[in-house]
Design a protein around this ligand. Structure first.
Ligand code: AMP
Length: 174
């Protein structure tokens, strides 16, 4: 694992019992680590023409927006219900207990646009898979999905096949 992993803080039992929360704020507050993370993403996609980076609420906005800026792409937020002001498409997805929902502005993506999806962390892949459905419904072309942290043992990557998944930090166990 690269040096960036030393900047991630694990908080046991947050926000509820049994979740080992990976806190990225400790990486973001460090100027060198923040810059390294943005540079590594940018290098990875440097030869890939990207029209828009779609960032997932809310921690996916931070590095997603920085990456969009570096790639010369636009930035599109995917948000929890009721947050976006103009007409939206919505997609429900299953959680361990219950369902959740995400929305995107209907005019955020034009058919054929080349899209990179970004979030801070890949766990089961449910949130990212729902985002893929929204983007494909709008006829965007998904170039790949990028994550700062991947909880590999949850096999989210498999759920996102056949899309390309790229992550900077992987955890093979809790
Ligand atoms: P999933 O849909 O299961 O892949 O969950 C991914 C979303 O939930 C991301 O937006 C993460 O920010 C958040 N998330 C899930 N598990 C964790 C965790 N252990 N630590 C921090 N964030 C998490």
């Amino acid at each position: 694992m690269n040096d960036l992993s030393t900047h991630i803080r694990s908080i046991p039992n947050f926000p509820k019992q049994g979740i080992n929360f990976k806190d990225i704020t400790t990486l973001l507050k460090d100027p060198g680590a923040f810059r390294t993370a943005v540079s590594l993403f940018t290098e990875h996609y440097a030869s890939t023409p990207v029209d828009k980076v779609v960032g997932i609420e809310s921690r996916g906005f931070i590095l997603g927006a920085a990456l969009a800026h570096e790639l010369g792409a636009g930035f599109v937020p995917v948000r929890k219900p009721g947050k976006l002001p103009a007409p939206t498409f919505r997609q429900e997805y299953k959680l361990e207990y219950g369902v959740d929902c995400i929305e995107i502005h209907k005019d955020a993506i034009r058919p054929g646009e080349r899209i990179l999806i970004h979030d801070d962390l890949l766990a089961t892949g449910g949130t990212a898979a729902a985002t893929c459905i929204l983007v494909e419904q709008m006829k965007g072309s998904i170039l790949g999905l990028s994550f700062l942290v991947e909880l590999s043992f949850l096999k989210g990557r498999d759920r996102l096949k056949p899309h390309n998944v790229f992550s900077l930090i992987q955890y093979d166990a809790e």
